[in-house]
Design a protein around this ligand. Structure first.
Ligand SMILES: Cc1ncc(COP(=O)(O)O)c(C=O)c1O
Length: 478
């Protein structure tokens, strides 16, 4: 709670925290308006305003004459995402999707669509841009010399200290000297892969996976071993074990255990530990991509938190969680730390100072938790609204992942519908989406699309979903 907020917002923040932490589970009764007045010493209108704010954020629902209750997540009418059909990995292959991905990205950007459903970020209004800008203005006024000072190659110490504190959320203990600031998680993944592989080696990845990772593997001359991955419980450690036994040049596993992109899966703790044990037994580097973890509705442990031997290379970013415009990520590379430091230095030199200083001040100010709580609550509402719109418009047989956090929904269209054909047709009507073919070296996901629920639901978005529905219906009739 921030003492400068209006009183009703402070009261609402108190209960929002209890609801998101699970202290007040779905269905539980909110204290009555009279009780709130007595408990918080506020007026009737302040107590009511607090309840209405929580209701508008999708956290409470009013029942006539009974008061306010914590709203259960709305079940979607679409069937739950299915488990992957294949249980075994294909042999590791050189990635050949660069051209396909580049073409889809280039066409998507050039079309300047009216509605972009293809990203995996929240709307700019959901980030604390004013507070960040104020820190920037103050810094430039008070310390203009930072623009003329060589940055620390490892990154600003104040920022590394703040990120070490942030990592405590995932139960990771990190000394700031074990971190390097990078240009987003992309650079962290790139130096991690370069530290542990040589061209021609194989790297196990989730299937489907983030297309940027496939682009990286291709650019480094690495082969991708795509491991079947559940939309609910993430990477199959069993399938990894079987595939690893067949691939002598397997050197590393890249995994997104918390809110995998594009599936939104969260690996159970037992699976995270089993994966770490498997990497220990086979002497594989475990590259953990933590990009979305802070957007989980309930806090999740990182695999790094169980790492006692420095085997896990932890890569993260503030790009989705705090400041998409600032491109700040970091890496804690365990036993590969010295090599990663020099690779980062050789690849791009240190990150610029101003951005690091702004983020260090913001994080030190302690506002991050409040921002994250609000962002998670907004995303939860938007995911539900998007799921409702999809279930109203998309054809029978469509399935949907309902991830426990983050901005993305992974949608399985009925068999026979091609996401690439839908991408083309939708783009002509001013709507951009993420076709499933981008997320694998195989054609296995052509009837899947990824939809971004990061933007507040408005008429334009509803129309865009209706357009997708109409296009699917006409493609099915053909
Ligand atoms: C799983 C995953 N890892 C890494 C990235 C890239 O992160 P950054 O933008 O911080 O470079 C993304 C971006 O979409 C992602 O989805």
């Amino acid at each position: 709670m921030d003492a400068t907020d209006p009183l009703y917002a402070q009261v609402a923040a108190h209960y929002r925290q209890a609801i998101t932490a699970g202290t007040m589970p779905p269905g539980s009764r909110m204290p009555s308006v009279r009780t709130l007045m007595g408990l918080h010493r506020v007026s009737l209108s302040t107590a009511l305003q607090a309840c209405r704010l929580l209701e508008s954020q999708g956290l409470l629902q009013a029942r006539q004459r009974a008061g306010y209750f914590v709203r259960p997540p709305r079940p979607t009418r679409l069937a739950r995402a299915a488990e992957p059909r294949q249980t075994q990995a294909d042999p590791a292959r050189f990635v050949g999707v660069h051209e396909r991905i580049s073409e889809i990205l280039t066409r998507g950007i050039a079309a300047r669509p009216e509605v972009n459903l293809s990203g995996a970020c929240a709307h700019p209004s959901l980030y604390p841009t004013r507070a960040l800008a104020l820190h920037g203005q103050r810094l430039l006024r008070r310390r203009p010399e930072i623009l003329g000072t060589q940055p620390d190659p490892q990154g600003l110490l104040g920022l590394r200290q703040a990120l070490s504190r942030l990592a405590l959320n995932a139960q990771i203990q990190l000394d700031p000297s074990q971190l390097v600031i990078t240009h987003g998680c992309t650079e962290a993944l790139s130096v991690a892969l370069r530290a542990v592989t040589r061209p021609g080696d194989a790297v196990a990845v989730e299937s489907p996976t983030y297309y940027g990772l496939l682009q990286l593997l291709e650019s480094l001359g690495l082969r991708a071993l795509e491991i079947p991955t559940s939309p609910h419980t993430g990477l199959s450690v069993e399938a990894l074990e079987a595939a690893a036994a067949q691939e002598p040049r397997l050197k590393a596993v890249v995994v997104v255990p918390n809110l995998q992109n594009p599936l939104g899966a969260v690996m159970p703790d037992a699976a995270k530990q089993a994966l770490l044990a498997s990497c220990e037994a086979r002497d594989l580097a475990l590259i953990e991509d933590d990009t979305y973890a802070l957007l989980c509705d309930t806090p999740q442990r990182a695999i790094k938190s169980w790492d006692t031997t420095g085997r896990v290379i932890f890569c993260s970013s503030l790009h989705k969680t705090l400041a998409p415009g600032m491109r700040v990520g970091w890496i804690a590379a365990g036993r590969w730390q010295p090599r990663v430091e020099i690779l980062k230095y050789a690849q791009s030199r240190p990150n610029e100072m101003l951005g690091q200083a702004i983020l260090a001040e913001f994080l030190a100010g302690g506002q991050i938790e409040r921002h994250l709580r609000a962002l998670r609550a907004k995303l939860a509402t938007q995911r539900e609204q998007m799921a409702e719109a999809l279930s109203d418009e998309l054809p029978t047989g469509t399935r949907l992942s309902m991830p426990p956090g983050g901005p993305s929904l992974w949608v399985e269209l009925p068999e026979g519908l091609s996401s690439l054909a839908l991408f083309d047709a939708a783009l002509e009507k001013g709507v951009r989406l993420g076709p499933g073919l981008m997320y694998s070296n195989s054609d296995r996901f052509d009837n899947f699309i990824r939809i971004n629920a990061g933007n507040p639901m408005d008429e334009a978005q509803r129309r865009a979903i209706a357009t997708l529905g109409a296009l699917c219906a006409s493609m099915l009739r053909r």
